[in-house]
Design a protein around this ligand. Sequence first.
Ligand code: SF4
Length: 203
Amino acid sequence: MYRVNEIFYSLQGEGFWTGTPMVFIRLSGCNIRCPFCDTDHREFRLMEVADIMRAVAKVDPENCGHVCITGGEPTIQLQEDLTDALHLHYYTVHLETNGTRPVPHSVDWVTLSPKEDVPHIGPLAKVVLNQASEVKFVFDGTQTEDVIGRWAQFPAKWHFLQPCFTGDSAANAAIVRATVQYVKSHADVWRLSLQTHRLLGIR
Ligand code: SF4
């Protein structure tokens, strides 16, 4: 049984696959607590793999070809029974993780969004993965060059720097400017990622 927060069909808003239609399976629960987290960790419905596949087919009757398993922290629950069922229906399986737990080998695309350097999180956020498809580093304007440079070294095909949006529009503008400047001056590694779904107000 999986604790499922929600299943919905939308566009990927961030990283390499930005703009790609995907089904999102949001699993409930996370092993860390970031201060800026906007995910509801508590709400869930217990679902078996067959229930999940029925819900996926309902929101995506045409089969868009991509499913993103997200959270919370999806590796707390994810097993190969779910990725196998998705592969049987010809989905490419994407996963978004904080990297603190192993990822099933059957996942096709791993997005690592490390939280090690978020203040007051502690050792629970230590990344144990040793590779990913893409690194998505959320830049809040405070992380030092040393910290960002460390994630630039992490083995991945793509490295995205993504500005962290707060409730303060002046602060947001400053963080975006700093992010753009950083990407421009480290063009060999970093690319800009934006939370386009949030900017466009889509779901
Ligand atoms: S790792 Fe992600 S889901 Fe977990 S608390 Fe941090 S932002 Fe929220």
